[in-house]
Design a protein around this ligand. Sequence first.
Ligand SMILES: [Zn+2]
Ligand SMILES: [Zn+2]
Length: 248
Amino acid sequence: MAEYLASIFGTEKDKVNCSFYFKIGACRHGDRCSRLHNKPTFSQTILIQNIYRNPQNSAQTANASRCKSRFSIMLACGSADGLHCAVSDVEMQEHYDEFFEEVFTEMEEKYGEVEEMNVCDNLGDHLVGNVYVKFRREEDAEKAVLDLNNRWFNGQPIHAELSPVTDFREACCRQYEMGECTRGGFCNFMHLKPISRELRRELYGRRRKRHRSRSRSRERRSRSRDRSRGGRERERRRSRDRERSGRF
Ligand SMILES: [Zn+2]
Ligand SMILES: [Zn+2]
């Protein structure tokens, strides 16, 4: 019996423990869930709830009407319905990459080495804008949670917690990865928002080098130099794009 219970723990067959909380670290029923959410006392992974705001999601509703009256913008972004025009895909990706890089770098500089970081593109309240950071060491995750809960981001208090998620492949929606999830943004499995290939190379590629490198401090110095250069370049690109779309 005990063996059977262990084998179904956290799966859909488990009537006691919530499989969604176990796999994804978030369940749409939240505290009212009829099954148990076993909060871990140790974990490499932390969840920072609802912290990324996709400018396209808010633009679709808030700016739709304002946007429609501005024909030039619609032309600039080639959006026939005018719904997506306030924030182009390029701008959205830059905005997202910048957010990702800022959080990733801060996690490493303040708390410790990050193995993997993921951001949900889902729209349901319990998943929207969720950021999962998997640290190499559990102590760093613990330190991060304690500190982050005393901090603010974009005028909002941060809510961070240790998360049971260890394997993101288990947490992700397979259909979404194949481009065929019919549940869309309200799917209850993770739809992860990809960062650009350049940023991926920059954040994860350089880190592999750092493992080999003896002098971490020298590496870090050159890293922040790189970063400010990258930031300036992006800023230039952004203002160029702005001029082109005539938004300001
Ligand atoms: Zn649940
Ligand atoms: Zn899905």
